[in-house]
Design a protein around this ligand. Structure first.
Ligand SMILES: [Zn+2]
Length: 123
């Protein structure tokens, strides 16, 4: 699982550009800081350090079900349009011959309600 991650990083290294984990904008590598496996632009690095983060959504994806990961990235895009910062943690697990990826969406603890009001509406 580490290898998959390193391969992923090396692709970015060759291109000398990477994507900020929070705003998803592309920056030259020298403007990004790597913290806990994540790359952050200068502005979002401050956010990452300042805010408390809660794991809010978690999906598993396998080669047979890649669409699960697409949905979580769509959620992140939606949050960006609402000005709510978030980042996605990806873990890889090998299960027999299959690589299962777990995607976890983190959002600031104090913005959960703003991010997903429907989940807090009275039923
Ligand atoms: Zn950023």
């Amino acid at each position: 699982m580490k290898q998959a991650f390193l391969r992923f990083i090396s692709i970015f290294k060759r291109s000398k550009k990477s994507v900020c984990s929070i705003c998803c904008q592309i920056y030259p590598d020298k403007q990004l800081t790597l913290v806990d496996e994540y790359a952050f632009c200068p502005q979002d690095l401050k956010l990452y350090n300042k805010l408390n983060w809660t794991a809010f959504l978690c999906v598993k994806s396998s080669p047979e079900e890649p669409e699960n990961s697409v949905s979580i990235y769509k959620q992140q895009k939606k949050l960006i349009t609402k000005n709510i910062p978030s980042f996605i943690k990806v873990d890889y697990q090998q299960n027999k011959n299959k690589i299962i990826s777990t995607f976890t969406l983190f959002i600031p603890t104090n913005m959960i309600q703003k991010a997903f009001p429907a989940k807090f509406a009275n039923k």
